[in-house]
Write a protein that binds this ligand. Structure first.
Ligand code: MN
Length: 447
């Protein structure tokens, strides 16, 4: 549902929120967590903030100044918490109330904003001057495999005659990932060491992975959870989603190839997963909901527990995603990152609500702050392949970079940047910001 907070004509008194190309105009208002005080040498504490243009509003400071008192004690306390979990647990009515309040505080010519302007101005900080943190305490992280195009491409490499396994169009496939190694954008990723068995070699080798890859994914943060033993009906599933972020599910393909049977990914994935710092709320995405693009009339109807008319019509988020790469050599000579691919979340086969409902369908309890990722978001075209495994087709078609370098997998010093944004007629464009990570040399490989 759209309301005044989505009004494309609304302007903020924060000038940079009105610049074209900013991911964070007044209509977005994403939440994140930053270190405070920054570089002060004090024991690390974090605070909740909301991004607006090039700035952020320190919500703890506004709460302390009484600017959020009208929202009641529960919301005020959530804004004083060190992570977003407390806010996530309050549910969609509270999230909406906070969003409306922030909209009024930051909107030009708004009586509420005018009344509190000095206190809000005192809580503003340059986003470039703070260090962001993982936005929530992530108790559990699950990675799905919701892109039909990704599944088909990877399946074709493994089984040219039978790319898609028979379960794919019936059951959303996923695995339980590792929450402890989820890191925020900008964190270096150390090349993992492990077992691999190259083709034609009898015994496995031990050493640094030689096939590091990125995976371009959409992350969903669970807001309200469910009691263990109780499912989440599909009609309610959207209300359990707090918001989205970008996810890079780093993967060691050579380790994965050797270890994945029979139980799935393990050490090939658990060494690092990077998330973007700003959580764009489900409510901010309301103007950008569309039908899933990958389903055809020939596909089986989802089983009733995953079927809902609202999903067929507007179950998908329409988010454009992009992968950029800057190698060490490009950085040295000042070359800008180059785009490797561009794809869309509407091309996923399963909608976010279906992933939530399926996850809880066996009685598994989701909790506020849990992270569910979509799986690699690929589209039908070559330029829409969301990981290097697909783009370079298992190393057989290396990607040529403008400076003559070639990549089948990532080299040390390579920096991968994921971005995402939403644009449509009649709405202000909003962005997800960026998810950045650089591959660092393996540590202790010879030890
Ligand atoms: Mn993945």
């Amino acid at each position: 549902m759209l309301d005044a907070t989505h009004d494309p004509d609304a302007r903020s008194w924060v000038d940079s929120a009105g610049l074209s190309g900013t991911p964070f105009p007044l209509q977005n208002l994403p939440f994140g967590v930053f270190d405070h005080p920054v570089g002060g040498g004090a024991p690390e504490t974090t605070r909740v903030g909301v991004a607006i243009g090039d700035l952020l509003v320190d919500l703890a400071a506004t709460a302390s100044a009484g600017v959020l008192d009208a929202l009641g004690p529960a919301l005020r306390d959530a804004c004083l918490a060190p992570r977003l979990n407390t806010l996530m647990a309050l549910g969609p009515d509270a999230w909406s109330a906070l969003r409306r309040h922030l909209h009024h505080l930051l909107r030009e010519g708004d009586p509420l904003g005018d009344a509190h302007r000095p206190a809000v101005e005192a809580a503003l900080r340059e986003r470039a001057s703070v260090r962001m943190a993982v936005p929530a305490h992530i108790g559990d992280y699950t990675d799905f495999y919701a892109s039909l195009h990704h599944a088909t491409n990877v399946g074709t490499m493994m089984r040219p005659d039978n790319p898609l396994l028979p379960n794919y169009k019936w059951v959303p496939i996923g695995y339980h990932g590792r929450a402890s190694s989820v890191v925020v954008s900008g964190t270096g990723v150390v090349r993992p060491v492990g077992q691999t068995r190259p083709e034609g070699v009898a015994a496995p080798l031990w050493g640094p992975s030689r096939r590091i890859d990125y995976e371009l994914e959409l992350g969903l943060f669970v807001g309200i959870g469910n009691e263990m033993g109780r499912a989440i009906p599909i009609a309610d599933a959207d209300r359990h989603i707090f918001g989205v972020c970008l996810v890079n599910d780093w993967s060691a393909r050579d380790m994965q190839q050797w270890e994945y049977q029979p139980l799935g990914p393990f050490l090939a994935k658990s060494f690092a997963t990077t998330v973007s710092p700003w959580v764009v709320t489900r409510e901010a995405l309301a103007p950008f909901r569309v039908a899933l693009a990958s389903r055809t009339a020939d596909d089986p109807a989802p089983l009733p527990y995953l079927a809902h008319p609202g999903i067929a019509a507007r179950g998908a988020f329409d988010i454009e995603l992009e992968v950029l790469l800057q190698t060490a050599r490009m950085r040295e000579v000042g070359d800008a990152p180059v785009r490797l691919s561009r794809s869309r979340t509407r091309d996923l086969y399963w909608a976010p609500a279906q992933l939530v409902t399926h996850h809880a369908s066996n009685g598994c309890n989701l909790r506020p702050g849990d992270l569910l990722a979509s799986g690699t978001v690929s589209g039908p075209e070559r330029a829409q392949r969301g990981c290097l495994l697909e783009l370079a087709w298992r190393g057989t078609e290396p990607v040529e970079l403008p400076n003559g370098e070639r990549r089948s997998f990532l080299e040390d010093g390579d920096e991968v940047v994921l971005t995402g944004w939403c644009a449509c007629e009649g709405a202000a464009s909003i962005g997800l910001g960026e998810c950045r990570g650089r591959v660092l040399p393996a540590a202790g490989a010879d030890a």
